[in-house]
Write a protein of this length. Structure first.
Length: 347
């Protein structure tokens, strides 16, 4: 996810396309000649380019057709070592198989919205620029406008409160419902104006009042938490013994999922402090070193994206992959995205 100045702590703002924690990613991923790596979030190709320079082959994935278009030059110059695929990273194991690879040596995921998407006003991701209220990474399906115009107020409250961690979600949802009755939402500026009226910014506020609502809508529209959960299971299936899974996150919702996944896959569950931990399942991952890494102070000063970044990683064991049990994540039970129609409301 992008981050800019203090105004952009959650959804971000324009920033150079600099891959976050690149040195740390390369250090734990250990790309080298003869290895095959999956970059599940290609974006501007920062990680992929660096991995290719180390001699490894890469299967890169992005759901945004613009990223695939812009990455064509990198594919052409890769001497056949880069497969760039338009798809969802939740399918990274089947995508790797389709590219002719069985198990791979590494998977890296940089979670969130890319700087290119934020910089393009017509994509509707940023409250800093006026554009269509869209937010669709794949550029098809249900948009943010469909959600704010069609969701019941109670569902909007839950979406904004849970996915945006907005304490005044009910205030925002009520304002949205009242405003859409007179003038349905079609632009980011419309939504920002409504939020600013009910959540006026105070001098002490570090972030814009629309920040959390925009985050919530983007995460919901793109089903980002479900996508991440499925990608973690897919990475477990596709990694060979000794292969590394590296995930860089930018807010607590994402990081919590990665933390819970590794805790479950390390195979240990803590019981009473007076008793030893009990092993309920075999370990599919292990942590050979420090499992959590944060960006160095110097990088955070130079690259605003790195300020909230957390890198979690682990190494695949030789144990068989476990079933994809989504209950370990405690994902919120929200109104299904499939219930919305494009250009309208709930079907």
């Amino acid at each position: 996810m992008m981050r800019g100045s203090d105004d952009f702590n959650i959804v971000g703002g324009p920033s150079p396309h600099i891959p976050v924690m690149l040195n740390e990613v390369l250090q734990v991923l250990e790309p080298a000649s003869g290895k095959v790596m999956i970059d599940g979030t290609f974006g501007a190709g920062g990680y992929t380019s660096a991995i290719l320079e180390k001699g490894a082959n890469v299967v890169a994935i992005d759901r945004d057709p613009n990223a695939i278009r812009d990455g064509a030059a990198m594919v052409a110059s890769s001497d056949g070592r880069l497969d760039l695929v338009h798809g969802e990273f939740s399918d990274l194991d089947s995508i790797a198989a389709s590219a002719g690879h069985g198990q791979v040596d590494g998977v890296v995921l940089d979670i969130g919205v890319s700087s290119m998407q934020l910089d393009e006003a017509e994509r509707g991701f940023s409250f800093q620029q006026d554009g269509p209220l869209d937010m669709r990474m794949a550029r098809d399906g249900v948009s943010a406008a469909d959600i704010v115009n069609g969701a019941a107020q109670s569902d909007l409250t839950r979406i904004i409160g849970i996915l945006g961690e907005e304490k005044k979600a009910s205030v925002v949802s009520r304002a949205i419902v009242n405003a859409r009755d007179a003038d349905p939402f079609s632009t980011t500026r419309q939504l920002v104006s409504v939020i600013e009226k009910v959540l006026p910014r105070k001098a002490k506020d570090r972030i814009h009042p629309a920040t959390r609502t925009f985050q919530a809508l983007r995460v919901f529209v793109n089903q980002e938490l479900q996508q991440l959960a499925n990608a973690l299971f897919a990475a477990e299936r596709v990694l060979k013994a000794g292969g590394r899974l590296v995930v860089v996150t930018f807010h607590s919702l994402e990081d919590r999922l990665v933390k819970l996944f590794f805790k479950d896959r390390f195979g240990m569950e803590q019981g009473s402090r007076h008793l030893p931990a009990v092993n309920h399942k075999h370990a599919t991952f292990q942590a050979p070193g420090k499992n959590l890494i944060k960006a160095a102070k110097g990088e955070a000063e130079v690259n605003p994206r790195a300020r909230s970044a957390k890198l979690r990683w682990a190494e695949r064991t030789s144990a068989d992959a476990l079933p994809a049990d989504h209950s370990i994540f405690g994902l919120p039970n929200l109104v299904p995205l499939s219930g919305f129609s494009t250009g309208g409301g709930v079907t």
